[in-house]
Design a protein around this ligand. Structure first.
Ligand SMILES: Cc1cc2nc3c(=O)[nH]c(=O)nc-3n(C[C@H](O)[C@H](O)[C@H](O)COP(=O)(O)OP(=O)(O)OC[C@H]3O[C@@H](n4cnc5c(N)ncnc54)[C@H](O)[C@@H]3O)c2cc1C
Length: 328
């Protein structure tokens, strides 16, 4: 892209190398449909947002750098400012101001994404949702909960502990539920309980013009109209800013056990998985690991299960102890 925003041709292989080559610390290529944002426009937007948010708008270098990078290898490209929104109305105002000045907006949860999607290639305003962290409603009878986008899945499960229910999607990092919806996150329990695609019932979203919409109602049987929820789940902040999420909850099983088995081949392991699921045995997850990563995996998985399920959880060890090999 040159200074006037016109397109520079890039071969397919060059494009792929630029994005995916981990050793080459180049920035991802810029989208070709958007022109550069003038400095005057950015400064005007920041000035207006400062009046709106006070010290909840930060232009400090360290804060901008923290928000210009996620857990991936992509190098940091900081936004011009970071706005800490506290409500849907505030997000709406921020979006309107940025829209007026044609300044990019980058929603931000906890920055645990693995694809560099929060990297601010053209600067702009990062909307950090971490202060939108209220659990708005837990409907134990309906098996759902509505939370603000910045609530993390660990925070939600901590709150649910005494209800006998849990939220099943756990990507391994303590991500925000809004960020998880935006990336259609999966996790260790997804074999049994599904990913965010299956577990988001409804969203409140601020659209690029600042309007806030709700994508669906909570009722499971409702099937009218476009499935807007699925449109926004996985949209990675490109279609709007998610401010509230209604998710499915599940009852914590009365008993849970875990076992470690070693197999003579990958094929043997896969066949056992297929046969077990076909037999209707409810299995939460099947992590397959090499000998070297196994011990660490077992340790963290047992700790996670204990934290979530408490005394209902038993780790079975005979297969591990006897190092029995299964041939399926
Ligand atoms: C150790 C580790 C293990 C992981 N394992 C898995 C795994 O097994 N499965 C898996 O799916 N992921 C996994 N991840 C990736 C990561 O946890 C997810 O991508 C997570 O869902 C992102 O949530 P976040 O709050 O950190 O979002 P961020 O990283 O802050 O943002 C991610 C994207 O979502 C957008 N976004 C964030 N919040 C909003 C919002 N409120 N509205 C609109 N858009 C928003 C951002 O603009 C960005 O495009 C792992 C990450 C780590 C570090």
């Amino acid at each position: 892209m040159d200074s006037r925003g016109t397109r520079t041709p890039l071969s397919i292989t060059g494009f792929i190398r630029q994005i995916f080559h981990p050793k080459k610390k180049t920035l991802m290529s810029l989208p070709t449909t958007v022109g550069p944002v003038s400095l005057a426009a950015r400064e005007a937007a920041i000035k207006t947002l400062q009046q709106l948010l006070g010290d909840r708008l930060s232009t400090a270098a360290s804060m901008r750098e923290r928000h210009g990078k996620d857990a991936s290898y992509h190098p940091c490209a900081p936004p011009d400012a970071v706005a800490f929104a506290q409500s849907t109305e505030e997000v709406s105002e921020i979006v309107k101001v940025c829209g007026r000045h044609k300044v990019p907006i980058i929603p931000f949860g906890t920055g645990t994404g693995m694809e560099g999607n929060v990297v601010a290639l053209r600067g702009g305003v990062c909307i950090d949702t971490s202060r939108m962290n209220r659990i708005l409603q837990v409907s134990a009878g309906d098996l759902d909960a509505t939370v603000e986008a910045g609530v993390t899945h660990e925070q939600l499960n901590e709150q649910l502990r005494d209800t006998g229910l849990f939220f099943s999607v756990d990507p391994g990092a303590n991500a925000s539920v809004g960020g998880m919806a935006a990336t259609r996150a999966s996790g260790t329990n997804s074999v049994r309980y599904g990913t965010m695609r299956e577990n988001v019932l409804s969203l409140k979203v601020v659209l690029p013009d600042g309007r806030a919409i709700r994508t669906a109602r909570r009722a499971r049987k409702s099937a009218a109209g476009y499935d807007l929820t699925r449109l926004f789940v996985g949209s990675e902040g490109t279609l709007g800013v998610i401010t509230e999420v209604t998710v499915r909850l599940y009852g914590i099983p009365a008993a849970i056990s875990s076992a470690v088995c070693s197999f003579i081949s990958v094929e043997a392991a896969v066949n056992v998985v297929i046969k077990t699921i076909q037999a209707g045995v409810p299995v939460s997850n099947w992590p397959m690991q090499s000998r070297w990563t196994l011990l660490r995996g077992i340790q963290s998985s047992i700790c996670r299960s204990r934290r979530r399920y408490g005394s209902n959880f038993t780790a079975l060890r005979p297969a591990w102890k006897n190092r029995r090999r299964w041939s399926s």
